[in-house]
Design a binder for this molecule. Structure first.
Ligand SMILES: C[C@](O)(CO)[C@H](O)COP(=O)(O)OP(=O)(O)OC[C@H]1O[C@@H](n2ccc(N)nc2=O)[C@H](O)[C@@H]1O
Ligand SMILES: Nc1ncnc2c1ncn2[C@@H]1O[C@H](COP(=O)(O)OP(=O)(O)OP(=O)(O)O)[C@@H](O)[C@H]1O
Length: 295
């Protein structure tokens, strides 16, 4: 089977709220968050190789400029090779829609989809626990995408409990700046000692994104966009930004806001999903691979 190619989705996420309860000795922060997966994301294409070579290419200029060994699909594939000794390789093509440095978890999601697909394509038989543990070495947001469900997250984001929320519509604005997650987590003015909350507290609205004041101060464009979106619905930052979102019951309401977004910002409308669309595709891929011989 010389040029066997599979395509799989890599969804974006929103942090519906983000609290920091402590800082660990290694500098990482203990979080509470609600990861909401979306039906908006990147498409990844994987072509099997039999020679251990890994390549990754993207449609996006910013990713093309990244040294190839820093790209997260490449790193995920390399990590799997190192941990399993497989003799397979892969060519990966990334059709990028999720903005970089947007707080939408695009890089982490790409890494997770790569782990999930290569586990099948390379016939590695690793469990989801093993993939999530490996993924955590690549980024704190990788495990939620490996698990593939919207979830209440604790620890540094790897302790996950599935949560089924109403599948609302989200209008997500990217205000044209890229925020470094590390820079925000290092900011001396970041609040790091919030008391833990419960899911019930979240449902009654007693939650914030604790990074929002820091990001709004450093990036006036984010502040401006949050003000603008708040005229329609309460608006909030996702992750460490730069994207912000508002929630709507009807798709038409979200689309109406999207139509009015000032031209200097980009915007998309997406539906919340309990289960990652990547996992639905993966089930189909497993069936397909089952019928293909000679891999
Ligand atoms: C802000 C969130 O997006 C919320 O979902 C994530 O916590 C960030 O996840 P991520 O982008 O996968 O983060 P990583 O690539 O693991 O870490 C980037 C940098 O953010 C800081 N970081 C990240 C996660 C965390 N719980 N505490 C941290 O202090 C660390 O300085 C790290 O060097
Ligand atoms: N495949 C990839 N897709 C996106 N970013 C990548 C990828 N590979 C490496 N990166 C690097 O990772 C950085 C952060 O990526 P990402 O877009 O996931 O940030 P983010 O949306 O802020 O994520 P998070 O919410 O997890 O903090 C990018 O600026 C880029 O340099």
């Amino acid at each position: 089977m010389n040029s066997f190619t599979v395509t799989c989705f890599a969804p974006a996420k929103l942090n519906l709220f983000l609290h920091i309860t402590a800082r660990r000795a290694d500098g990482y922060h203990c979080l509470q968050t609600l990861f909401q997966l979306l039906d908006y994301g990147d498409q990844l294409h994987f072509t099997l190789r039999h020679d251990k070579v890994i390549t990754s290419h993207s449609t996006l200029d910013e990713l093309k400029q990244l040294p190839f060994e820093h790209e997260l699909c490449y790193r995920a594939a390399q990590l799997l090779q190192k941990n399993t000794g497989t003799s397979f390789g892969v060519d990966i093509r990334i059709d990028k829609k999720i903005p970089l440095g947007g707080g939408l978890g695009g890089g982490s999601s790409n890494a997770a989809t790569t782990l999930l697909v290569l586990n099948e394509l390379w016939q590695l038989s690793l469990s989801q626990d093993q993939l999530a543990e490996l993924g955590l070495q690549l980024g704190a947001d990788v495990p939620v995408f490996v698990r593939g469900y919207s979830a209440w997250g604790e620890g540094i984001g790897e302790k996950l409990q599935p949560v089924e929320l109403p599948e609302m519509w989200y209008c997500v604005i990217h205000p044209g700046v890229s925020v470094s997650t590390a820079q925000i987590f290092q900011d001396p003015l970041l609040t790091r000692n919030q008391p833990p909350i419960t899911i019930a507290d979240f449902l009654t609205g007693r939650c914030v994104n604790v990074c929002e004041p820091v990001v709004r101060r450093i990036y006036p464009e984010v502040d401006h966009a949050i003000h603008w979106l708040s005229q329609y619905q309460p608006a909030r930052l996702t992750g460490t930004g730069a994207c912000l979102f508002a929630c709507f019951e009807e798709q038409s309401e979200a689309l109406a806001v999207q139509n009015n977004v000032p031209s200097q910002w980009s915007c998309f409308v997406a539906r919340a999903t309990h289960r990652s669309l990547a996992h639905a595709q993966l089930d189909l891929l497993k069936k397909r691979l089952h019928h293909v011989s000679g891999l």
